[in-house]
Write a protein that binds this ligand. Structure first.
Ligand code: NAD
Length: 357
């Protein structure tokens, strides 16, 4: 099965996203077709290389294998991609492929955006999180000692190919990290400006057993629904001037939790789930949502085995981190808050209030 989605950003940028369960032989053929008559560089995660290289006919010389982990989304590896591109003699008519999770996608996208002022690149996400989130929408970046995603660019890929067969080797923690971002879309659906109802909340509620069992057609459908919503948002607001902020639902606390634990304790999606639990409880207590919607939401988290955070962290420290977040304004911290069923709104709060939360 293959679903193809079209992304149109502004007048001049459009690309396709394929979501498929076709064979790796077919993926290999598509990569060859996209790079026919071109020089190419394939940036691939070390783990993905080890697991999957047998299925592809990549030449040693066109490969750059990057170590795994958030700490590798750094300047050194960014320069490695630039140097390897130069070594291979890539020009702006050539192409780079990013094969891996969000780390490889983000760093390769950023390198592609700057190499010769921009070279084509294709995202081939191999984690669920990268498939439903980071590979689409054009945010690319690397981390610096001063913070996460400090150096980056909005730069759209030439194509995104999502092959769900990659997910078979994801460990449970990584798969559930992707599910965390999937749940986010269910809670923001009506704020995304997509014309056709996806009923993602209901789909995830009814289909959780098939999703957790990785039933291929259900996974493809789920990714399609999420990406329809993401595409609707980024095509209206590529650079996060307004609407795109809805995608940050759960992320204010998530980023602070990831920072306070130095990106070692929680996956990104897991931290987002804790961020959503937190803001749902606050929204209910403040009267933004009814008890029945609060309860329905908790039920959905529970179906997927998620529980609220039990570990305690210093509210002073968390608030300090949130103040430094690039999404914070000079005096206030921004939260995306549920305010209706499947709808969210932006609420800016002074740090003192956030500490009390
Ligand atoms: P990741 O890239 O670190 O991958 C997670 C782990 O899964 C790694 O150890 C990797 O080796 C392994 N892995 C990858 N594919 C695998 C496979 N098929 N089988 C087995 N193991 C596999 O993490 P991620 O969760 O994919 O992405 C997180 C990154 O994405 C963060 O850096 C985050 O900032 C970024 N992100 C970016 C955006 C965006 O819009 N650009 C959005 C969300 C997150």
């Amino acid at each position: 099965m293959r679903q193809t989605l079209d992304v149109q950003i502004g007048k001049n940028c459009n690309y396709q996203i394929d979501i498929t369960d076709s064979t790796f032989a077919k993926l290999n053929q598509e990569i060859d077709e996209l790079s026919a008559d071109k020089n190419r560089l394939i940036v691939i995660s070390k783990k993905v290389h080890k697991l999957y290289i047998q299925y592809f006919n990549f030449k040693e010389s066109e490969l750059l294998i990057l170590p795994d982990g958030e700490s590798q989304k750094n300047l050194k590896n960014y320069l490695k991609i630039i140097e390897k591109s130069a070594e291979l003699g890539l020009t702006r008519s050539d192409i780079i492929f990013a094969v891996g999770g969000g780390v490889v996608g983000d760093i390769t996208g950023f390198a592609a955006s700057t190499y010769m002022r921009g070279i084509k690149f294709v995202q081939i996400p191999t984690t669920l999180l990268a498939a439903v989130d980071s590979s689409v929408g054009g945010k690319t970046a690397i981390d610096l000692p001063y913070g996460k995603n400090i150096l980056g660019a909005f730069y759209q890929p030439e194509k995104v190919i999502i092959n769900i067969n990659f997910f078979e080797t994801l460990d449970k923690k990584q798969f559930m990290s992707g599910i965390g971002e999937v749940l986010k879309y269910a809670f923001i659906e009506n704020s995304c400006g997509y014309r056709i109802p996806q009923f993602l909340f209901e789909f995830l509620t009814l289909g959780y057993e098939k999703i957790l069992a990785c039933e291929p057609l259900t996974l493809i459908r789920m990714i399609e629904y999420c990406l329809n919503l993401k595409i609707a948002v980024v095509s209206q607001d590529e650079k996060e001037g307004g609407l795109r902020k809805v995608l940050n639902f759960g992320h204010t606390l998530a980023h602070a939790l990831e920072t306070i634990t130095k990106y070692k304790k929680y996956t990104h999606g897991e931290a987002v789930v804790y961020g959503m639990f937190f803001i749902f409880e606050w929204a209910y207590k403040q009267g933004y949502i009814s008890y029945s919607y609060y309860r329905l939401s908790l039920d959905l988290f529970e179906k997927y085995g998620f529980k609220p955070l039990s570990q305690k962290y210093s509210s002073v420290e968390l608030t300090e981190i949130m103040k430094r977040d690039k999404k914070a304004s000079s005096r206030k911290i921004t939260f995306i808050v549920p305010n209706e069923k499947k709808e969210v709104c932006e609420v800016m709060l002074p740090p003192k209030k956030v500490r009390e939360m």
